[in-house]
Design a protein around this ligand. Structure first.
Ligand code: GSH
Length: 217
C-alpha cells in the first residue's frame, strides 16, 4: 500500500475503534490524531474543514479524506486487500451487515456505553429510565438476531472474518465497556472470542491512547 494512513478520532469513539482495529488486523501502521470532544476540538474550523459533518472518525490517505466508519472499512478492505472476499454476492451480503449494524446494532449498544459513562460520572450525561429501557429492548433484539445467525456460522459472511465482523465486533467491545456481560447471547460471545484471537487484535484502550500516537503494524 502506498502513502501514510492518518486516523483522526477518539479512544472513546466506537466507530474510531473499528477503523483502528481494521488497520491493526491488516498489519497497516497508522498515525493517530486525538480529537478531544472535551476541549471542543471537533468544533474547530480546522476540523470542520476535514470532516464535513463534524464527526470522527476521519481517515486521511493519499490526499483522500474519508468519513463514516463503515465506508472507511470498505475503502481499507479494497486498498489493503484484506477482510474482503472478491465474490460480488459476498460483498453484497457484507454491505447488508454494515447497513444493518448502523441501523440496528450500533445505536443501542453504543448508547449503553454512554449510559455507563454517565452513571460513573465520567461524562455529564443522564438518561431517562424510559429511554434506557428502549436501548435495552433494541439492543436485546439486535443481539438476538446476531446470536441466531451465529448459531450455525463461524463468521457473519462465509467461513473467514470480513469487515462485517470487524464492524459489528466493535459494538460488542463497547457494550462490554458499558458494563454489559452479554451472557444471554452465547453464540455472540463465541464469535467475539474468535475475533479476539485474530493476530494483532487489540482492545479499544489498548489500541488508542488519549493523545496523538504513531501506531506500528
Ligand atoms: N455513522 C458515523 C458515526 C460517527 C459518530 O457518531 N461520531 C461521533 C463520535 S463516536 C462524533 O463525532 N460526534 C460528534 C458530533 O456529532 O458532534 C460513523 O460510523 O462514522
Amino acid at each position: 500500500m502506498n502513502g501514510t494512513l492518518t486516523l483522526h478520532g477518539s479512544p472513546h469513539s466506537l466507530p474510531t475503534y473499528r477503523v483502528a482495529l481494521m488497520m491493526r488486523l491488516c498489519g497497516a501502521g497508522f498515525s493517530f490524531r486525538y480529537v478531544s470532544f472535551q476541549r471542543g476540538m471537533h468544533l474547530t474550523p480546522e476540523f470542520r474543514q476535514l470532516s464535513r459533518w463534524g464527526q470522527v472518525p476521519v481517515l486521511e490517505h493519499n490526499g483522500h479524506v474519508l468519513v463514516q466508519s463503515a465506508a472507511i472499512l470498505e475503502y481499507l478492505a479494497e486498498t489493503l486487500g484484506c477482510f474482503y472476499p472478491a465474490d460480488p454476492e459476498m460483498r453484497q451480503r457484507i454491505r447488508e451487515w454494515l447497513f444493518w449494524d448502523a441501523d440496528r446494532l450500533m445505536p443501542p449498544l453504543y448508547a449503553w456505553y454512554g449510559v455507563e459513562l454517565g452513571r460513573r460520572k465520567l461524562l455529564p450525561l443522564a438518561f431517562d429510565p424510559v429511554l434506557v429501557a428502549e436501548f435495552d429492548r433494541k439492543g436485546a433484539a439486535a443481539l438476538g438476531i446476531l446470536d441466531t445467525h451465529l448459531a450455525d456460522e463461524r463468521f457473519l459472511v462465509g467461513d473467514a472474518p470480513t469487515i462485517a465482523d470487524i464492524c459489528c465486533y466493535a459494538d460488542i467491545a463497547f457494550a462490554r465497556l458499558g458494563n454489559r456481560a452479554l451472557e444471554s447471547w452465547p453464540n455472540v460471545i463465541c464469535w467475539a472470542d474468535r475475533i479476539e484471537a485474530l493476530p494483532g487484535f487489540a482492545a479499544p484502550f489498548e489500541l488508542l491512547a488519549m493523545q496523538d500516537a504513531e501506531i506500528s503494524s
